[in-house]
Design a protein around this ligand. Structure first.
Ligand SMILES: Cc1cc2nc3c(=O)[nH]c(=O)nc-3n(C[C@H](O)[C@H](O)[C@H](O)COP(=O)(O)OP(=O)(O)OC[C@H]3O[C@@H](n4cnc5c(N)ncnc54)[C@H](O)[C@@H]3O)c2cc1C
Length: 462
């Protein structure tokens, strides 16, 4: 029986980052992973492969729509789907083998197989039982299914199946207008598919700042994505590899159908804790299947912790990573901390959408006295030169103190630009702090500064 200071179950961004930080802090650590490769959902079937396909399909879009305008003549490239998938697979293996290298470098034992916890202090993998002073559950999440819609990963696919379709479908129906549905819908639209998104709510990207969400939907429509909002999917029938989606409009209960070659079910994810033996251990759970934890990620059973998608909070890789680092610090006797008010969210479509902190709706609801500083990318020289002037930066700041409360960006590189504001918020900065910081010209980040200026005496270029 091998024994460790910490055994981590799951090697996604939560688990592998936790393992590395534990090792860096001098703990003897092992990580159990049931998949063939390390990296969890994120590296194998999530963030990384989806971004590879978004990148490739965006290049095609640029060639088709913008090259000629810049004097780059010639036919736009045609799509070799097999090669695109193989590029995506290379990107995955480059990343997962990178984690394997980091495990070796940090002397972390990778225990291969599916783990269960027979009792606190013990982790069972196959026939072997390993001892650990502490156990961290980082078992992640799985696709949430929809009643009446049976995923076969061919005609009716989850995000995992959508990353390896046999061919680009002529018609794709996406159920759910959240981040994953819109990112993958964009990929297939750019590759030539007709794409229709069916969403239960009356807006896309629920929870997003409403102004940004509206603008985002307009831009996606301009790109050719179709939307049916306020529609409850009743079921999907598959005959001869063709699907028929039946949905009811919530406003009048009328029933409609939509034919498709492929249906992508993108209605969310749920925590994955199967086979761990949590019930027998008596670990307290939340109503929606997450493991209950306290402010230091401890579960109700001493010596067992949980992080990432398996607990409450946004299901995001970087949230899992931050929790992984923080819990490692707690286990090493330090003070781990995650600031849940400053966790950015990004949608990697084109344009990108990024947000951090409060939305305008949340501030209104909380009765906060706030001001809005907005700046359109139309006033940003770099964005205009790069055919990327759609969108804006919106900063929300306290009206009395000028402290930044939230920011929402739709536009080029929004997912990178948002971090300037995250850092500012971590330091409790005022909008004026950003406005008085010299920003290099010509950069997209000047739009952030202009939005900050708009919180004060006014933006210069609007
Ligand atoms: C298509 C898609 C795109 C996404 N894009 C983004 C994005 O751009 N940015 C972002 O922040 N997030 C994105 N996400 C979400 C992100 O992938 C998750 O939030 C993140 O992976 C959660 O990390 P985790 O460590 O909690 O769990 P996971 O990454 O799910 O890893 C958990 C691991 O634990 C293993 N495991 C589970 N149970 C056991 C067991 N009993 N024994 C051994 N191993 C076990 C699993 O095999 C898995 O490998 C995306 C998700 C999807 C599906």
């Amino acid at each position: 029986m091998s024994s460790y200071d910490v055994i981590i179950i799951g090697s996604g961004p939560g688990g592998y980052v936790c393992a590395i930080r534990c090792a860096q802090l001098g703990l003897k650590v092992a990580c159990v992973e049931g998949r063939e490769t390390l990296g969890g959902t994120c590296l194998n079937v999530g963030c990384i492969p989806s971004k590879a396909l978004l990148h490739a399909s965006h290049q095609l879009h640029e060639a088709e729509h913008n090259f000629a305008k810049m004097g780059l003549k010639g036919k736009a490239p045609s799509v070799d789907w097999k090669q695109m998938l193989s590029y995506k697979d290379d990107v995955i293996s480059g990343n997962t083998s990178g984690i394997e290298f980091l495990f070796k470098k940090n002397k972390i034992d990778w225990i291969k197989g599916w783990a269960s916890i027979p009792e606190a202090g013990k982790v069972k993998v196959g026939d072997e039982v390993h001892e650990a002073k502490n156990i961290v559950i980082a078992s992640g999440s799985e696709v949430a299914t929809l009643p009446g819609v049976e995923i076969d990963e061919k005609t009716i696919v989850s995000s995992t199946g959508a990353l390896e379709l046999g061919k680009v479908p002529n018609k794709l129906v996406v159920i759910g207008a959240g981040v994953i549905g819109l990112e993958l819908g964009s990929v297939y639209k750019r590759l030539g598919a007709e794409v229709k998104v069916i969403e239960f709510l009356d807006t896309i990207t629920p929870g997003m700042d409403a102004e940004v969400s509206k603008s985002f939907q307009k831009l996606l429509k301009k790109q050719g994505l179709e939307f049916q909002l306020g529609a409850a999917v009743q079921g999907v029938d598959v005959k001869n590899n063709k699907a028929k989606v039946t949905y009811k409009l919530r406003k009048d209960d009328s029933e409609h159908t939509e034919d498709a070659d492929v249906v992508l079910v993108a209605t969310g994810r749920k925590p994955y804790t199967d086979g761990l033996g949590l019930e027998a251990l008596g670990i307290a759970m939340e109503k929606r299947g997450q493991i209950k934890t306290d402010a230091h990620w401890a579960t109700s059973v001493k010596g067992i912790y949980a992080i990432g998608d398996a607990i409450t909070g946004p299901m995001l890789a970087h949230k899992a990573e931050d929790e992984g680092m923080a819990v490692a610090e707690v286990l090493a006797g330090q003070k781990g901390h995650v600031n849940y008010n400053v966790i950015p969210g990004v949608i990697y479509t084109h344009p990108e959408v990024a947000s951090v902190g409060a939305t305008e709706e949340q501030l209104k609801e909380a009765g906060r006295n706030y001001k809005v500083g907005k700046f359109s990318f139309m006033g940003n020289g770099r964005a205009k030169a790069n055919f990327a002037a759609d969108g804006f930066v919106k900063i929300l700041a306290d009206k009395d103190t000028d402290r930044i409360l939230g920011a929402h960006i739709i536009g080029p590189m929004a997912g990178d630009l948002i971090h300037e504001i995250c850092v500012a918020m971590e330091f409790g900065a005022a909008a004026e702090d950003l406005a008085r910081t010299c920003h290099a010209h010509p950069t997209y980040s000047e739009a952030v500064r202009e939005a900050a200026l708009a919180c004060g005496d006014g933006a210069i270029h609007s």
